[in-house]
Design a protein around this ligand. Structure first.
Ligand SMILES: [Zn+2]
Length: 116
């Protein structure tokens, strides 16, 4: 039972050590598989990080209890506090409901020297 396995391993080592086309192909194949195995966690973690950031951008945290909820919700799902600060986020303040003239501050110039 153990002898065919040993013969297989000896043949495999010989195939890798002796510079033949089959050995080179096997080495290239092993290198590709190793590279894929090493790169796959990195790629998957990158996608996971991007997904987490997208999910995080769509969540808001409650000011009363700190629980996170979806941005579209009106009240906190845990404590029921209305998301009052949700309207102050830059994403929703860019909505065209508020005219820009209401948000600007009018600065009037005054001559200081004439008063003293
Ligand atoms: Zn809450």
């Amino acid at each position: 039972m153990n002898r065919p396995l040993a013969v297989f391993w000896i043949a495999a080592v010989l195939l890798l050590l002796v510079p033949t086309a089959a050995g080179r192909l096997l080495l290239d194949l092993a290198g590709g598989v190793l590279l894929a195995l090493l790169a796959l966690p990195l790629i998957l973690s990158g996608f996971g990080w991007i997904g987490w950031k997208i999910l995080q951008s769509r969540m808001i945290s409650c000011t009363a209890c700190g629980a996170t909820g979806l941005k579209g919700a009106a009240v906190c799902a845990v404590c029921g506090t209305p998301y009052a600060n949700a309207g102050d986020t830059p994403a929703s303040s860019a909505a065209p409901s508020t005219p820009a003239s209401d948000l600007t501050i009018d600065v009037v110039a005054q001559d200081v020297d004439s008063e003293s």
